[in-house]
Design a protein around this ligand. Structure first.
Ligand code: C2E
Ligand code: MG
Ligand code: MG
Length: 581
């Protein structure tokens, strides 16, 4: 076959010409040829369909194409364009090259179009999933970041805008309680309520699970933003009706302002997050603007976080032991292991400064195993210092107690010590009343091993006295807040009597926590049947190793270390241990 390039049309036979015309007509790509005046000289079938000339679809708006053609002809250069000829379901996108040519002495324009609709649809789908959240249809984090960066680059210290970080309060509980379908529906409804009243120039984005970012731009003043956020939050307090349930939700919001609180998206987002964190800790459900004191707090928190991770990694933990004493005979009934952290500077830290954080960071399970390991390692010294029969209590956080996986591994570790019946686990009452498997499934596992169960800090949790009847425990420790100055506080005395008689009926041993003074002890002895107490009056938490180094013990002095009312001891231990409160 002769090619078009090699032959002039005039030289081709009639048959060849017909053959070529037929091929051009049937080409899958759209092809048109027009003269310098825009007069169409040739339109193949594909082009006729694309341009709506064959009646198969409505004629599209061809003015952009005409403009491209004009450009190509006047420049004498090919022009490549992407043409969206039809929208909606009939969407059609063409990639067209308009090429000016000189043929047989005439200026012509050949336009060839390939249909790239499918590829475009696929790209759009990819784009949507990269830039829009599937559940709520809101723009993703990338989009809002892009918008903010646009605003930041546009202006050199110019107009202000606000970035708000929103986090739904207790969303995990809502999910757990109502199920994920309701949780998802709630997020959709929430995003609708949040998005109401926004201007075209504002943007709401869902950046992860229950977190949203809101960009308000432009803004006039901080007061204006505060007012707007306030009315938005009020709108969120009305119940959501989802799947026949009335769901209540609140949201905590932290806000940063450009340029006051940062000059990059990342800084503004971080600072809004820091302000949000403050609201979460202050009781949730409201909004706060970032300020520099929050930044200092966040830095301090981060420092503690880092040093805690490092301390766990380097096993820089030790245990102090405090005895539970029979207040009549001074005999040691048991001891409680209280974990301590040796920080970067070698200072011993009490658990108040790190236990909750360890829980939040998911480090507490490891910590509890470390405590057990420490006890096992020191068991001979423990027996030497205290009574070899004394029970050994280990604290377990309520969150851990409700986690069957951890509790199973912990039970196994206790069994592997070879003396599981020496141990007690101390758990706060919340663990017993929470809707989890602690009472029904986890406790029996420990019972079987002979491990005792103690309710710690009783009276400070959410349960009522009547809940005690459903709790199966061996020991109940009355919180220090009831014991302090008990001899002077008739109301606490009444509560104490009630707990005491109920515990007695249920066969639980009662321990008074935080006994500090002779007067408190005298009251317990005279007015109650409580047999056991734990507190500075008898002994501060002590470190075995340092105790051994500081004062080699004779067998007589041993008993007194563990359970003697002691003024001098108090100081001795804090000096020997370096323990600071
Ligand atoms: P807790 O289990 O109720 O332990 C008693 C706390 O009261 C201890 O504080 C103890 O030092 C302190 N205490 C004892 N007698 C007195 C007293 O007479 N007066 C005063 N003011 N305080 C007294 P510590 O060691 O700072 O521990 C605080 C809490 O940290 C513990 O309360 C316990 O809930 C938690 N904790 C300690 N070790 C662990 C652990 O290994 N794991 C977990 N999950 N929590 C632990
Ligand atoms: Mg305890
Ligand atoms: Mg306690």
């Amino acid at each position: 076959m002769t090619s078009m390039n090699d032959n002039k049309y005039s030289g081709a036979s009639e048959a060849e010409l017909g053959f070529l015309k037929e091929i051009v007509r049937m080409l899958p790509a759209g092809l048109t040829v027009q003269d310098a005046h825009g007069e169409l000289l040739l339109v193949n079938d594909a082009a006729a369909a694309q341009l709506g000339m064959d009646g198969s679809r409505p004629s599209p708006d061809l003015s952009p194409r005409r403009e491209a053609c004009r450009q190509a002809l006047s420049a004498g250069q090919p022009v490549v364009t992407e043409e969206a000829l039809h929208g909606g379901a009939a969407r059609q996108v063409l990639l067209t090259t308009h090429r000016p040519v000189r043929l047989a002495g005439r200026e012509l324009l050949i336009s060839a179009s390939s249909d790239i609709t499918e590829q475009k649809n696929f790209e759009d789908q990819l784009f949507r999933s990269a830039y829009f959240d599937e559940l709520t249809g809101l723009p993703s984090r990338r989009v809002i970041e892009h918008r903010a960066n646009g605003l930041l680059s546009e202006r050199s210290g110019g107009e202000r805008f606000a970035l708000a970080f929103l986090d739904v309060d207790n969303f995990k509980h809502i999910n757990d309680y109502y199920g994920h379908a309701v949780g998802d529906a709630l997020l959709v409804e929430l995003s609708k309520r949040l998005g109401r009243d926004l201007r075209d120039s504002d943007m709401l984005s869902r950046i992860s699970g229950d977190e949203f970012l809101l960009l308000l731009s432009p803004i006039q003043s901080q007061e204006e933003v505060a007012e707007f956020m306030q009315s938005t939050l009020e709108r969120l307090t009305a119940p959501f009706f989802i799947d026949n349930s009335e769901v209540f939700a609140s949201t905590s919001v932290g806000i940063s302002l450009y340029p006051d609180h940062g000059r990059s998206f990342e800084t503004l987002r971080q600072n809004a997050d820091i302000a949000m964190y403050r609201i979460k800790n202050d009781g949730k459900g409201s909004a706060a603007f970032f300020d520099s004191s929050m930044e200092r707090e966040a830095l301090a928190r981060m420092k503690i976080e880092q040093s805690l991770r490092l301390a766990i990694l380097e096993k820089r933990f030790c245990c102090a032991f405090q005895s539970k004493v029979d207040i009549r005979t001074q005999a040691v009934k048991g001891i409680e292991a209280l974990v301590r952290l040796r920080d970067d500077e070698g200072v011993i830290q009490a658990p108040g400064s790190f236990i909750n954080l360890a829980g939040e960071l998911g480090l507490i399970d490891e910590l509890t195993h470390l405590v057990l390991a420490e006890i096992v390692k020191s068991i001979d010294l423990i027996n030497e210092t205290f009574d070899p029969e004394a029970t050994i209590s280990i604290n377990v956080a309520a969150k851990q107690a409700g986690n069957p996986e951890f509790m199973r591994s912990f039970a196994r570790a206790l069994e592997e010590t070879g003396f599981p019946q020496r141990f007690m686990i101390e758990v706060t009452e919340d663990a017993f009343v929470a809707k989890n498997h602690f009472q029904a499934e986890i406790l029996p596992m420990f019972r079987k091993l002979g491990v005792g169960i103690s309710i710690d800090d009783f009276g400070t949790g959410y349960s009522s006295l009547s809940a005690l009847a459903d709790i199966t425990a061996d020991e109940i420790k009355i919180d220090r807040s009831f014991i302090t100055d008990i001899h002077k506080r008739p109301r606490s005395q009444g509560i104490l009597r009630a707990i005491e008689s109920l515990s007695e009926a249920l066969g639980m041993t009662v321990i008074a926590e935080g006994l500090e003074s002779y007067e408190e002890l005298a009251y317990l002895q005279a007015a109650t049947k409580i047999r056991y107490a734990q507190g500075y009056y008898f002994s501060r938490p002590i470190f075995l190793e340092e105790l051994k180094l500081a004062t080699p013990l004779s067998s007589e002095s041993r008993a007194s270390v563990a359970s003697r009312p002691m003024q001098q001891n108090r100081q001795g231990y804090s000096r020997a241990s370096g323990y600071r409160r």
